[in-house]
Design a binder for this molecule. Structure first.
Ligand code: KIV
Length: 301
C-alpha cells in the first residue's frame, strides 16, 4: 500500500518540515530490490555504511570505502522515485579536512544522484558540515554512538549515561544543527537525552536506539525482517522472518534439482514441434544490460 500522495521525490526540506507534524519514517537499503520494496513506505532511505557489516560481513564499518558507497548509493537512487535518498560518507573520506569532505560529498552527489550525505561527528566536524552546507551539499548529522569511531570508543556502548557523556552528546548535536545539518541521527542514547535534544533542536532528530521521543526513527532493514543473522540489536523490532522463508525456498530448489524435478518443460528452450501447433513462440528477445526483458521484448523464445 502506498502511504503518500506526492508525485515527486521527497527532499531534505520536506524531511525538515516534518518536525512537529509527523514522524519521519526511515530505513536502510543497499541494493535496488530492497530499495524498491521500501520506496513507497518510507520518507527517507539511508544507504548506510552498515552495509560493510550487513552485506560484506565485516566486523565494523571502518573498512567501507567511498567506491563501495558510490556503487550502492547509485543502485538505490536508480530503483526509487519517492523516498529521499541519503548516502553515508565512509570512514576516512571526510575527517581529514573540509576540502576532502567536499570532494567526497560532491562525488557522492554527482555519481549517485542522492539528495544528501550523512557523516558522523559533533563539535569536531562542525566546520566541515558548515563548509559542505554552504556549498550546496545537504548534510544529515550523526551523533551519540558513532560506529566509525568504534576503535577509539572501545566498543558499541549506550551514550549519555553519565553527566559528562550527556553533555558531550548535547554539544555535538547542537554544534552540527547550528551549522546547517537538515536533521540529526541520534544513535544508541538514553531516552531523557534524546527527548531533551528533540525539544531543543530546531531540526528533526532521527533515533536509532534513542527512544520514541525523537522526531523520526531509522533502523537497519535486515534487522527488522530477519535477514540480519542471529543477532538482533535490542532496539530493533522483528517484523518478519524472511531469513527462514529464504532458507526454505533454497532448500526446496536444492531438493528439486537433486530429484531432477527442476527444470521442467516450461523452463526449457526447445524448437517448435515439427508441423505441430505446439506452444506459440514468444516475441523476439530484447533485454537490458542486466538481462531483464525490456519494454519491447520478452526473454524466453
Ligand atoms: O550505517 C547505518 O546504517 C547507519 C544507521 C543510522 C542506520 O548509520
Amino acid at each position: 500500500m502506498s502511504t503518500h500522495s506526492q508525485e515527486r521525490r521527497l527532499n531534505v526540506r520536506d524531511l525538515a518540515a516534518m518536525k512537529g507534524n509527523r514522524p519521519i519514517v526511515s530505513l536502510t537499503a543497499y541494493s535496488a530490490p530492497m530499495a524498491r520494496a521500501l520506496d513507497d513506505q518510507v520518507d527517507m532511505i539511508l544507504v548506510g555504511d552498515s552495509l560493510g557489516m550487513v552485506v560484506y560481513g565485516m566486523d565494523t564499518t571502518v573498512g567501507v570505502t567511498l567506491d563501495m558507497m558510490v556503487v550502492h548509493g547509485a543502485a538505490v537512487v536508480r530503483a526509487t522515485n519517492h523516498a529521499c535518498v541519503i548516502v553515508d560518507l565512509p570512514f576516512g573520506a571526510y575527517q581529514e579536512s573540509p576540502q576532502a569532505a567536499f570532494r567526497a560529498a560532491a562525488r557522492m552527489m554527482s555519481e549517485t544522484g542522492c539528495s544528501g550525505v550523512k557523516l558522523e561527528g559533533g563539535v569536531e566536524m562542525a566546520e566541515t558540515v558548515r563548509f559542505l552546507v554552504e556549498r550546496g551539499i545537504p548534510v544529515l548529522g550523526h551523533v551519540g554512538l558513532m560506529p566509525q569511531s568504534v576503535n577509539a570508543a572501545g566498543g558499541f556502548r549506550v551514550q549519555g549515561r553519565t553527566d559528562d557523556g550527556a553533555r558531550r552528546v548535547r554539544s555535538d548535536a547542537s554544534a552540527i544543527a547550528d551549522v546547517g545539518a537538515f536533521a540529526i541521527v541520534i544513535e544508541h542514547t538514553v531516552e531523557a537525552l534524546a527527548r531533551s535534544l528533540t525539544e531543543e533542536l530546531k531540526v528533526p532528530t532521527i533515533g536509532i536506539g534513542a527512544s520514541p521521543a525523537c522526531d523520526g526513527q531509522i533502523l537497519v532493514t535486515e534487522d527488522i525482517v530477519g535477514l540480519g543473522g542471529d543477532f538482533t540489536p535490542r532496539f530493533a523490532k522483528r517484523y518478519a522472518e524472511l531469513g527462514d522463508g529464504l532458507r526454505e525456498a533454497v532448500g526446496q530448489y536444492a531438493e528439486d534439482v537433486r530429484a531432477r524435478r527442476f527444470p521442467t518443460a516450461e523452463h526449457c528452450f526447445n524448437p517448435p514441434a515439427k508441423g505441430g501447433v505446439g506452444k506459440p513462440r514468444l516475441a523476439a528477445v530484447t533485454t537490458d544490460m542486466a538481462g531483464r526483458p525490456n519494454a519491447k521484448g520478452r526473454r524466453g523464445a
